[in-house]
Design a protein around this ligand. Structure first.
Ligand code: NI
Ligand code: MN
Length: 226
């Protein structure tokens, strides 16, 4: 399985059977290494409704014929705009042709802006993806929470964790999350996209090393094979 960082919280996951994109946000992302128009994907997964996680979901879904997998409200929101979707909710898992996806808790919010009124799109989620004998956890946007220790029971090969602070965990909380999640390797996300979440990822590497956790920092466009 090949995991390519497409900046912010967006990853391309290439399994033996499918190309998945998580939290597609390329259009308007100053760090995006590719354009949405240049990608072909089979499935789109969204952790929550915010535009920096769903911005390119509808366009990719329609152009590629790729279903959007997300919480029920996000799924209905995009289905009403003509996308194929698969709605789920935290605690639920489903076996897709490429592998199994489970939605987890995340402590955050989930909305899109429609004029002056935000439209609330269900609960924010994390994602556990099991494919090709590997288990990947994408934490979405979340605070640190103690139930992350339950997610460790899946035996995580890779944890994708936000470190940018302000909207999500910062470095210290993300390092503490690794004590609960116990992944073989962690990859930081959701940082440096804007000044508000500017952070040196090496500080996360150092904080995680103090408790013997391995971190791989991927620059936008770089990949990790597991
Ligand atoms: Ni968010
Ligand atoms: Mn976000």
């Amino acid at each position: 399985m090949k995991i390519t960082y497409l900046a912010h919280s967006c990853f391309l996951i290439e399994t033996s059977r499918a190309r998945l994109i998580i939290d597609p946000f390329l259009t308007g992302n100053p760090l995006a290494p590719v354009k949405a128009a240049d990608l072909n994907v089979d499935y789109i997964l969204c952790s929550h409704g915010h535009e920096d996680h769903t911005g390119d979901a509808l366009g990719l879904s329609k152009r590629c014929g790729a279903p959007i997998i997300a919480n029920y409200e996000i799924a209905e929101y995009f289905a009403a705009q003509g996308a194929q979707t698969h709605g789920m909710n935290p605690g639920g898992a489903f076996s897709f042709p490429f592998g199994r996806v489970k939605l987890t808790l995340a402590f955050h919010s989930s909305s899109v802006n429609a004029g002056l009124n935000p439209v609330y799109l269900g609960n924010p989620c994390g994602l556990i993806i099991q494919a090709d004998g590997k288990t990947i956890y994408h934490a979405g946007d979340t605070a640190l929470f103690l139930d992350m220790q339950l997610i460790a029971k899946f035996g995580l090969d890779v944890a994708l964790v936000p470190i940018g602070d302000n909207f999500t965990m910062g470095i210290e909380d993300a390092a503490a999350a690794l004590d609960l999640l116990k992944p073989k390797v962690a990859v930081p996300m959701h940082y440096n996209t804007w000044p508000l979440i500017a952070i040196d990822p090496q500080r996360f590497v150092e904080a995680a090393a103090r408790t013997d956790h391995t971190v791989e920092v991927l620059k936008p466009g770089e990949s990790l094979s597991v």
